[in-house]
Design a protein around this ligand. Structure first.
Ligand SMILES: [Zn+2]
Length: 113
């Protein structure tokens, strides 16, 4: 049901890209318009995108946090990790214990990025 348009295209050996005909595109557009008009689909998609965004963000924060002990703190910009730092700036970090979900941290900053 959800992949109806794609199944038709796969049967022709064609993918959903520039090789799609105008009629196929019109069918796909009409299908997506119907799909988006359903409130349940819109809410589910919004929640899925928000969860994916949180996951990407927290993964990036974890990665930065894991890398930081290996580097001398305060000498290299914590954002670009290439230029020397000239000062410190406040940034927000994800934090489960805070009511807002974020905490302020001071990080070294090069002043350019
Ligand atoms: Zn920088």
């Amino acid at each position: 049901m959800l992949r109806q348009g794609a199944d038709i295209e796969l049967g022709n050996g064609m993918s959903n890209d520039d090789t799609s005909t105008g009629a196929e595109r019109a069918t796909n557009t009409a299908y997506m318009r119907r799909w988006r008009s359903d409130e349940v689909n819109r809410v589910r998609e919004r929640a899925r995108r928000a969860a994916a965004y949180r996951e990407r963000k927290s993964r990036a924060v974890r990665k930065n946090h894991e890398n930081s002990p290996a580097e001398p703190i305060g000498r290299i910009c914590a954002i670009c990790r290439t230029r020397p730092s000239i000062g410190q700036v406040f940034r927000l970090r994800l934090c489960n214990s805070s009511s807002s979900g974020f905490e302020e941290v001071l990080i070294p900053y090069c002043g350019k990025c």
